[in-house]
Every structure is written in structure tokens, then in C-alpha cells.
Design a protein around this ligand. Structure first.
Ligand code: ZN
Length: 322
């Protein structure tokens, strides 16, 4: 479904078989040319919808000259390769996002790293196999693409009369960027700021020192410094109560961090064990994996704050009160 937000600025909503059900791509037009922000999931149905949506406003895929990606999660980027093949569009993304994309393409080293990383968190072999299966699925969905340009933080970009600024917003994904349109005061936020849920934060399995929550909260502050009037997110409707939303998200993380701290005592426990204590036994395996990532996010912060200690016991990390 395509919606005109204002002349030459559109939202395209594409279905996907994941929990959030829909993903938004945004389109700006200048004369006969288009710039697309995120692409939707690489599925025949989403592709057909996109073709129809473009045709409804008098365009074709080959009119897409530029594709800007907020990050390389499948629901945002996986159709980029297909669209680039058909249109010759230039693809712009951050260097960190492209590195993440390349990890998806290097099966063996990434699978080895996944095993190493998650066994250090005390995860069961069965759950690690499930994570690898998920990873293989993702790998199969993302169409191969080449990067034409690496975006820089605070870079000024222009497409016809449209001017926008690249804002690095790591946290939800290490290479995440948002796009701010200063003349219009709106922000294309990708998955950095969503209207109803606090975006998932994941560890960087290649960088033990990456603290996704610290990065994420710094990225919220970077947005707060801008005169943002409206946010156009990757999922859900646009909204204008920006500072209220940022304060809700900050409170959410503070509460969750304290909930993890409640499970820390003198007994050494792995991330997996702590996360198991925090979820219902009927939760699906995939949700258990998400819960482990979430728990790990807060453990890293609590460790950096000096309130808990981390011990390496035979290559498995265990946490206890400091
Ligand atoms: Zn995402």
C-alpha cells in the first residue's frame, strides 16, 4: 500500500510473515527519478506490491536511482539487490552495516563465531543450532547487492530539491543510520525509534566490547538534539510526540536493567541461566534466544557500572554480585 504523505513523499507499507507484520519503506520523487529508503522483505508478494505501488503513482522500478538503507536486517534491506539489478540504482549505507551484510555472506566464519559467542553465554547446543538455522534462513533471503557509497555521520545528502542529513544511530544494529530532513523537520528513523515497542538490541558477536544499550541511548540523545517534528518509523504509523516517546523508551530500559540485577546474587550464573529465570517456561525457543540477547545487553551495562562481576569459568562467562 502506498500513501502520499506530502507532494513527492510517500510511504510504502509492505507485508511480511514476521511478528511486526508490516515494514515501511519511504520514497521521494524528483521529476522522473526516485530515491527509496529501505526496501522491504525479499518475497515475491512484497515485490509485486512494490511494483503496483510504483505504478499507482506513475513510476517503474527502473526509475529508482538511489536506495538508502537504514540497516541490513532482512525486512529493511533484503530486496535491495533485486531492485539494484533491475534499476541499476546506487546503494548507500554505512560501512558498519555493509560489514554486517558481509558477515551474512561468509557462512563458515560466522557460524563458528556464533557457536563460540553463544556457548560462552552458557546457551544449550540445541538452542545454538536453532540460532544457526535462523542465520541460514536470513542468509537465503538477502539478495546479493553491491555498495556504491558508504554514508558518513552528519553527511549532507541531496536528491533533487530534497535535502537530508545522515545521522548515525547505532544500537538496534551496529551500523544503523537515520535520515533527517531539516527543511521538513522529519526523521526517517528505521528501527531506531518505533511507536509502540522498544527496538530489540542485539550483541555484536564479533565485538565483545560493543555495548548495544550505551550505543543506543547515545543515539537517542543524538536525535534529541535535532529539531525533529515528526518521526516516520520502519514499522507502524508516524508520530509527533518525540520527547515523550524517547522518555518512555529510556524508562523501559532502566526498568529492564533493574529486573536483570534482581536475579544477580552470590551464586555465579551464565547469561543463559539468568535469562531462563526471567521468562515463562512455555516461551518458544526463538523468544528464549531474544531473551538471552536482552539479558546480555543489561549484564554488559551492569558489569561496566561495576555492580556485578564477570568470571570466565572454562570459557563460559558467569555473573555474580560485585
Ligand atoms: Zn531491524
Amino acid at each position: 500500500m502506498i500513501t502520499e504523505i506530502e507532494p513527492n513523499f510517500y510511504r510504502i507499507t509492505l507485508r511480511m510473515p514476521y511478528r511486526l507484520r508490516h515494514v515501511n519503506a519511504y520514497l521521494i520523487a524528483h521529476g522522473k527519478e526516485l530515491a527509496l529508503f529501505d526496501t522491504g522483505l525479499n518475497m515475491p508478494q512484497a515485490y509485486e506490491t512494490l511494483i503496483q505501488d510504483l505504478s499507482d503513482i506513475g513510476f517503474r522500478v527502473k526509475d529508482i536511482k538511489h536506495i538508502y538503507l537504514t540497516h541490513v536486517h532482512t525486512d529493511h534491506c533484503s530486496m535491495a539487490g533485486l531492485l539494484q539489478k533491475e534499476s541499476g540504482a546506487e546503494i548507500h549505507l554505512s560501512r558498519a552495516a555493509f560489514e554486517e551484510y558481509q558477515h551474512f555472506r561468509q557462512t563458515n566464519p560466522t557460524v563458528q563465531q556464533l557457536k563460540k559467542f553463544y556457548s560462552r553465554q552458557g546457551m544449550t547446543a540445541q538452542l545454538i543450532d536453532l540460532v544457526i538455522e535462523e542465520y541460514e534462513d536470513i542468509r537465503g533471503i538477502i539478495a546479493e547487492f553491491s555498495a556504491d557509497n558508504f554514508l558518513s555521520d552528519k553527511e549532507d545528502c541531496a536528491f533533487g530539491n530534497w535535502k537530508f542529513e545522515v545521522i548515525f544511530t547505532p544500537g538496534h544494529a551496529a551500523g544503523h543510520v537515520s535520515f533527517f530532513f531539516p527543511e521538513k523537520c522529519f526523521l526517517l528513523s528505521g528501527d531506531h525509534i518505533l511507536p509502540y515497542i522498544a527496538p530489540i538490541l542485539s550483541p555484536n558477536i564479533f565485538d565483545d566490547d560493543f555495548r548495544s544499550l550505551t550505543a543506543y541511548l547515545d543515539s537517542l540523545s543524538a536525535i534529541e538534539r535535532l529539531p525533529v517534528g515528526a518521526i516516520y518509523p520502519g514499522h507502524g504509523n508516524s508520530f509527533v510526540d518525540v520527547s515523550e516517546r524517547l522518555s518512555d523508551i529510556r524508562q523501559h530500559h532502566q526498568k529492564r536493567k533493574l529486573a536483570v540485577l534482581d536475579h544477580i546474587n552470590t551464586q555465579s550464573k551464565t547469561t543463559y541461566e539468568i535469562s531462563q529465570e526471567m521468562v515463562s517456561p512455555t516461551l518458544s525457543d526463538f523468544d528464549r534466544f531474544l531473551s538471552l540477547n536482552e539479558t546480555l545487553t543489561y549484564l554488559k551495562e551492569l558489569k561496566a557500572e561495576g555492580v556485578i562481576r564477570e568470571d570466565d569459568i572454562n570459557n563460559v562467562l558467569a555473573y555474580s554480585g560485585a
